[in-house]
Design a protein around this ligand. Sequence first.
Ligand code: FAD
Length: 289
Amino acid sequence: MNQTATRRPAAVKEEALLSPIWAEITAIQPEAEGIATLWLRFVDPKVHEAFTFQPGQFNMLYVPGYGEAAISISSDPYHRDSFGHTIRFVGNVTRALSRLKIGDRVGVRGPFGTSWPMNTMEGSDIILAAGGIGLPPLRPAIHYILRNRAKFGKVNLLYGARTPGDLLFTSEFDEWRKADIQIQVTVDRADETWQGQVGVVPMLFYRFRIDPTRSFALTCGPEVMIRFVVFEALARRLPTDRIFVSLERNMKCGQGSCGHCQLGPFFICKDGPVFPYMALEPYFSVEDF
Ligand SMILES: Cc1cc2nc3c(=O)[nH]c(=O)nc-3n(C[C@H](O)[C@H](O)[C@H](O)COP(=O)(O)OP(=O)(O)OC[C@H]3O[C@@H](n4cnc5c(N)ncnc54)[C@H](O)[C@@H]3O)c2cc1C
């Protein structure tokens, strides 16, 4: 596999990966129906100080009596006061997380996994393509770009959700646009308030030009969307080692021991979740890979 994605930060100690460490909920930000961002701070100030992550990495969040779920870190990696997880409340653990209040504690293991190749992409144009809850894993990359704007070329964000009410982080879009990030948004189903695009995310590739010699594409979202985003990127001659995909699979241990998240030779928890498409290509040709 092409190792342009970066690895776990050196600051992370092994014990943080094996047993959950308590963090307190400092704020809860509702984002859309059934989705909120939980802001966390480790109870032990030394642990908090040592905690860093790379854009694209995830933590295992633990609620006693319910278990653990893999959740991407959705906040600015430079924001050291607390870290955010944007969660869709779908099942056992995430619904338990939805019932917690400010001041409650959550067990955290992590950060796990590979990250978006921020250093490698310096000097290049970037296309970020996200669907629904696929935007939170890309938001730390957006923050990284905002903090280092001069190091990147043109940046295009292509984002879609089922309905206008499902769109995340829209209150930040003006700030992102001010930093010359071009944002194109689409929804599957409009309502009476919606005046923008209706359709799927890959369709947004038709609305701007890509220079394949100097671009990277990063994508996260439903797998069917990822397939078509990759298709559009390849159709514009983007090389397979410059298309990066973040995959989600049912996870248990988070460190390549249990095999729950295996895809071919890869464990998504430790070889991913971020992969260069070059590594995934043989599996993408299989239906329901
Ligand atoms: C690397 C990685 C990063 C992730 N990042 C995030 C994140 O940032 N935010 C987030 O909300 N989730 C994220 N997920 C997904 C999350 O881990 C799963 O949704 C997890 O199953 C939730 O645990 P649970 O116990 O609440 O649900 P479970 O009890 O495991 O699932 C309950 C039911 O919900 C269904 N389900 C699971 N996920 C979804 C979904 N996304 N949409 C609709 N139905 C679903 C399952 O098929 C099952 O039927 C990530 C997963 C991975 C592997």
